[in-house]
Design a protein around this ligand. Structure first.
Ligand SMILES: *Cc1c(COP(=O)(O)O)cnc(C)c1O
Length: 383
């Protein structure tokens, strides 16, 4: 496969990559001698709590400043041997990705826009001064691991195999500089429907005390450090009776940015939709980009711009804002039923799932699960 452009929004070219080259065959198979039995596996797949159960193997590629990327392998899933001086444990030089493998009704297995994740992983690497993993290796690791652990891809409604690529500084060195030894790993976890018992609107705490990123920071990179910074505000949200936190821009504290791990959309009563523009402190979601495309395709005006908290509050109170939702790979589309902050507590869409939110969720999941055509060539055949 040819290396992709740098943006998540690299549409159009995706269709031409059915004939592709990846390094999947270069991954040496060092298979587990103690894989779970079929019964154990099926029992684990039947009750997947998000991110707690992992397949029998993981894919791995190592990098050194002298030798570059090498030693591609699929090996038994298990604890890592890490030197206590490994740089990641001290300075947090780490990035990750998240995507899913979906089983279609005919038994084939697909993933969604992995080129976009590969491109974003490279962008994140650049920001964290980590080496860029070639897209061929990113895709190759997914193909190689899913081939070995294919039986772990669940087939029930709205289930999937969650894929977690990540990269970290493994060099043992306490000096402050980019590590000269880095590891890339891919682990996989069967996951059930994010909302057991149907999609349920969540409540959002708008954090006015904390920011997750700022101008010139790492907000546009998918790195563990951003998540570390979001945990205390997330606790504050819980303490305020909310499930998730929404962050405002660090510069003015007046504009919505995103949740800790999801982008946000506002649906107006007149039908147009707004989402915060990519200012450099927001993570560019693949789901966000796909939803913008799908909404525009149905003729909606989608504005990527400034979403001021004051305007949103006024719009909710006046009824000119009809729906608010969040989106990301894990939960796909999450309706927001309540928006609260230190001075306000507002119900959104009567606390229910609005029609635009529900429709775009179905449209996207229908493509991902092969229930609808894929006019954009977003799906990537794995097995
Ligand atoms: C991963 C992530 C998202 C969602 O991205 P998707 O590609 O849609 O899964 C949004 N915000 C943050 C901070 C993220 O880390």
């Amino acid at each position: 496969m040819a290396p992709r452009g740098a943006s998540v929004r690299d549409e159009g070219n995706e269709m031409s990559t059915t004939a592709r080259e990846t390094t999947a065959d270069a991954f040496e198979r060092r298979l587990s001698t103690t894989p779970r039995s079929a019964q154990e596996r099926d029992a684990l797949i039947a009750q997947p709590a998000f991110g707690t159960v992992f397949t029998d193997h993981m894919a791995r590629v190592s990098w050194s400043a002298d030798g570059g990327w090498g030693d591609r392998r699929v090996e038994p899933y298990g604890p890592l041997l890490l030197d206590p001086a490994a740089a990641v444990l001290h300075y947090g030089q780490e990035i990750f990705e998240g995507l899913k493998a979906y089983k279609h009704a005919d038994g084939s297995v697909w993933t969604f826009r992995p080129w976009a994740n590969a491109a974003r992983f490279a962008q994140s690497a650049r920001r964290l001064a980590l080496p860029e993993l070639p897209a061929e290796d990113f895709l190759g690791s997914i193909e190689a691991l899913v081939a070995v652990d294919l039986d772990w891809v669940p087939g029930a409604d709205e289930t999937s195999l969650y894929l977690r690529p990540f990269m970290f500084a493994s060099e043992a060195f306490l000096g402050v500089r980019p590590a000269r030894g880095v590891d890339y790993l891919l682990i996989a976890s069967p996951v059930g429907p994010y909302f057991a018992g149907g999609v349920k609107p969540v409540s959002i705490w708008v954090s006015q005390d904390y920011n997750r990123s700022g101008p010139g920071g790492t907000g546009a990179a998918k790195c563990g450090g951003n998540y570390a910074a979001s945990l205390l505000p997330q606790q504050e949200a819980y303490a305020r009776g909310c499930e998730q936190v929404c962050f405002l821009d660090a510069a003015t504290g007046t504009q919505l940015e995103e949740l800790g791990g999801m982008n946000v959309f506002v649906v107006h009563a007149d039908g147009h939709v707004e989402t915060p523009a990519l200012t450099g402190s927001i993570l560019e979601g693949v789901t966000r980009s796909s939803i913008i495309t799908l909404l525009r395709e149905e003729g909606r005006d989608v504005v990527e711009g400034t979403v001021r908290l004051d305007d949103l509050r006024a719009g909710l109170s006046a009824g000119s804002v009809a729906e608010v939702f969040a989106c990301g790979t894990a939960a796909v589309v999450t309706p927001i039923g309540r928006l609260a902050g230190t001075e306000f507590d507002l119900t959104v869409a009567d606390g229910a799932t609005g029609p635009v939110t529900a429709a775009v969720r179905s449209r996207l999941t229908d493509i991902q699960y092969g229930r609808a055509d894929d006019p954009h060539g977003w799906m990537y055949h794995l097995a």
